[in-house]
Design a binder for this molecule. Structure first.
Ligand SMILES: [Zn+2]
Ligand SMILES: [Zn+2]
Length: 293
């Protein structure tokens, strides 16, 4: 589910449905019907979000999975491959996926000179429906280099914590709040103004929750591999490095990216660096031991 769907379409649809149900209950039938009709409006945001989504689009097709895997694995240095294979086994155990495939983190029709953010990105896609239940471990090109193996270990620890059962339950709770929470706000608020303020507050709270989840995953990565690797990684993610990356998008996609900018899914880099240093200070022994691996 894209950011636009999760942060805009679901909340807006649920809020509108809640307000419409309240209007129906108090006998304002025309207003309720108008609101039910307006429920189709968030689809416009879905359409914009779908076209502006900066998520990997080139998934391997099921018929060429093995060939794709072999070709990708042949480009990865053996020590890096060992880290990725261990991570894939953990994901498979955690999620009972049929198998976990390595995949390049890249974006369709996106190429330019200079640093590219997806090359420094990673993620786990669990049990992808159109891949016959296989999960994907997505790793950007820059993280598959021998020189960045320390950073890769931190990133992989972070992503594995996202895929752990406890974190997946928190994701499910947040998804429930995106629907039931906004529906209740719409239904219980006596006026539209109060509904809008309630919805904005709930959305802000959910953004902060997703930041807390990210920091919890950073903490696991620091405890296992040290704050230096985290800091090196976040330095690579700093916004100023990717001006050419941003310019590579059509103007309308850059305009739509304000939707993501307004509700960032991740805490700012400075906050993550500060937090990782703090975690390191709290557990120096553990981090030093693990970093030596
Ligand atoms: Zn780029
Ligand atoms: Zn994360």
């Amino acid at each position: 589910m894209g950011v636009a769907s999760l942060h805009y379409v679901l909340p807006l649809s649920s809020l509108l449905a809640g307000v419409a149900m309240r209007r129906l209950l108090i006998g304002e039938v025309p207003a309720a019907l108008a609101m039910f009709a307006a429920l189709s409006l968030p689809r416009v945001v879905t359409w914009l979000g779908h076209h502006a989504a900066r998520t990997p689009k080139r998934l391997p097709d099921p018929g060429s999975i093995q060939g794709h895997q072999d070709a990708l694995r042949a480009t990865i240095p053996p020590p890096v491959l060992r880290v990725l294979d261990e991570a894939a086994m953990v994901v498979q155990r955690q999620t009972r996926a049929e198998s976990v495939l390595l995949h390049d983190m890249r974006l369709a029709d996106h190429c330019h000179d200079g640093p590219c953010k997806p090359h420094w990105s990673a993620g786990v896609m669990l049990c992808v429906p159109n891949l016959a239940g296989h999960s994907l471990l997505l790793i950007g090109r820059a993280l598959r280099e021998q020189e960045t193996i320390g950073i890769l270990r931190f990133v992989v620890a972070h992503e594995l914590h996202h895929a752990a059962l406890g974190m997946r339950r928190i994701d499910l709770l947040m998804l429930t709040a995106q629907t039931i929470g906004f529906l209740l706000v719409g239904f219980l608020a006596p006026t539209l103004t109060i509904a809008a303020v309630g919805a904005a507050s709930l959305r802000l709270m959910l953004t902060l929750c997703s930041w807390v989840v990210e920091l919890a995953c950073d903490k696991v990565g620091v405890e296992a591999h040290g704050a230096e690797q985290a800091e090196a990684y976040f330095t690579m993610l700093s916004r100023g490095r990717y001006r050419s990356c941003a310019r590579a998008w059509p103007w309308w996609q850059r305009a739509c990216s304000i939707l993501t900018w307004l509700q960032p899914t991740h805490p700012p880099v400075w906050l993550r660096i500060w937090y990782c240093r703090r975690v390191q200070r709290g557990a120096p022994g553990r981090a030093t031991t693990s970093r030596a691996r």
